[in-house]
Design a protein around this ligand. Structure first.
Ligand code: C5P
Ligand code: C5P
Ligand code: ZN
Length: 484
């Protein structure tokens, strides 16, 4: 049997054996697209292995949340898409006999000591903790090469019964990776590409080169082009009449039986016609070559899902999931992932419309209020105007827009139940120059009495209200140091 992530095979096998010896498992996961798909992959694999599972979702895993999990008196707890950053707390519970833990995650582990491939977890409170599947422990990048859902997928393959085949779950693992923005220059790389391969072999995935605009499955053609602001094309982007005219001039039938056609409805020739015309228009209007190149990219199609639905495209699927879990409706997203396509899908679509509206209003707000510049970071405070669970997405989207410096990490604040949520986003080039936001968030947060963590390119924290300025000062110093 092939293994999708060979470097994690031993850890996955040990973790799977541990889970098999459990009567039942409490599965705890994170409330975003990667967390949802992690949970769906793990829950499916457990169910197929005949192990009863109950799933709970948490916005952030901290000592209080882990206490509340311990209070459920479950013998075995599987953490997915979080847990590594809280290993210190989890292993204390394990040592105290509160529960046995298995972790499938890709976040920076709590103690750097743990990152040694041969780490033995029997000192410093890491008693008997062998069941830890995290790419960072085996030299794989957790921000761009394997997501939480990918770690859960490695575990799922190890859980496979002898006559079973869990490779169909690769489709969800890819949705998780895409949702965590792991596609580098549009393409999944490293351990992720091993998972893509298994999905292709299992006939649930297709990897292709296509227009890289968001909404190819569901948006009416003119809207697809009008809203495609990742690569602004003068006279088309943000221009409803212009986008429609552009398509009409190509002689395409824009409607069939009174309904708008989508990109997914076009024939191969029609796609070719539109794509070439778009590129020509971009060249003529002076769009930089690098931007034009990014008009075309790798797309991941879930071939078992119906054409023309959000579920068919990994990127659209992941946005649909974020629209549920980040709004306290992880149950809806999980049901969709597990194959329930009636009421939950309807509900998810309603939530998606709301999520889109919030993202666009959030971006408008950032534009209106503007960004404040420190020496090495830039920031905005959304107060209660942007939900804390999506302020990170807005910050990331803002980093690509006019008036926002692409050369500095962006930090965003939002009110969170009397405390302040912090989200930070960087770029590939900044990480290349030494920026590690997981360190920035955890150290700056600790210096003001808060808590944080994440990845080099995207991280977050919670700090006491009123500490925003002190936090920025600390973060600015740390980024300065990292840039040397
Ligand atoms: O908790 P989790 O690891 O699932 O979340 C990762 C977060 O980092 C996501 O919100 C994702 O969008 C963000 N990210 C990013 N840019 C990247 C990689 C991740 O904004 N290049
Ligand atoms: O919330 P946001 O999308 O900004 O989170 C970015 C990344 O930082 C996610 O991977 C999240 O799990 C992580 N994070 C964390 N600790 C926090 C807040 C966020 O590890 N207190
Ligand atoms: Zn994740």
């Amino acid at each position: 049997m092939s293994v999708p992530v060979p470097a994690l095979a031993d850890r996955a096998t040990a973790s799977a054996d541990r889970l098999r010896s459990a009567d039942r498992v409490l599965l705890a996961s994170h409330i975003d697209a990667d967390g949802l798909t992690s949970a769906a992959v793990a829950a499916s694999a457990l169910a197929r292995a005949g192990i009863p599972v109950e799933t709970v979702f948490k916005k952030q895993l901290d000592a209080d949340e882990i206490d509340s999990i311990a209070a459920r008196n479950q013998e075995t707890v599987l953490f997915t898409d979080f847990g590594s950053g809280q290993l210190d707390v989890i292993s204390k519970h394990v040592a105290a006999g509160d529960f046995e833990a298995v972790v499938a995650d890709h976040h920076q582990p709590a103690d750097p000591e743990d990152c040694h491939p041969d780490a033995v977890y029997d000192t410093d409170g890491y008693a008997d903790f062998d069941y830890h599947c995290n790419p960072l422990l085996v030299g794989i990048d957790g921000a761009s090469e394997l997501s939480g859902a990918g770690a859960a997928y490695a575990l799922a393959r190890a859980l496979e019964p002898e006559d079973g085949d869990n490779r169909d779950l690769a489709a969800l693992a890819v949705v998780g990776a895409v949702g965590d923005m792991q596609a580098v220059g549009g393409e999944l790389v490293g351990a992720n590409s091993g998972i893509v391969e298994e999905g292709v072999t299992a006939d649930v995935l297709r990897e292709g080169t296509d227009l890289s605009l968001y909404g190819k499955q569901t948006r009416p053609l003119p809207k697809l082009l009008e809203y495609a602001t990742e690569v602004p094309i003068p006279g088309i982007s943000n221009d409803q009449a212009g986008a429609t005219r552009f398509l009409e001039e190509l002689g395409l039938d824009l409607k069939r039986e009174g309904e708008w056609r989508t990109w997914a409805d076009l024939t191969g020739d029609e796609c070719q016609t539109v794509a070439s015309a778009l590129v020509q228009r971009a060249v003529k209007r002076g769009v930089p070559a690098g931007k034009i190149e990014s008009l075309v990219g790798t797309t991941y199609t879930l071939t078992a899902e119906p054409t023309g639905t959000e579920l068919r495209d990994a990127s659209e699927f992941s946005t649909l999931l974020n629209a549920t879990a980040r709004y306290e409706r992880a149950d809806v997203g999980l049901a969709v992932c597990l194959g329930d396509r009636k009421a939950p899908l309807e509900q998810a679509r309603k939530l998606l419309a709301n999520h889109r509206r919030n993202l666009s209003q959030g971006l408008d707000l950032v534009k209106e209020r503007g960004i404040t510049h420190a020496e090495h970071v830039q920031y905005f405070d959304a107060g209660d105007a942007i939900r804390e669970t999506i302020v990170g997405i807005v910050a990331g989207m803002a980093l690509g827009t006019d008036g926002v410096d692409a050369d500095k990490p962006i930090i965003a604040f939002a009110d969170a139940d009397g405390e302040t949520k912090v989200s930070a986003r960087a770029t590939g080039p900044l990480v290349g120059r030494g920026v590690d936001l997981s360190v920035v968030m955890s150290e700056a947060a600790r210096s003001v009495g808060g808590d944080g963590g994440g990845h080099d390119i995207a991280a977050g924290a919670t700090v006491p209200a009123g500490e925003e300025t002190a936090f920025i000062d600390a973060a600015d110093d740390i980024v300065a140091e990292q840039l040397g």
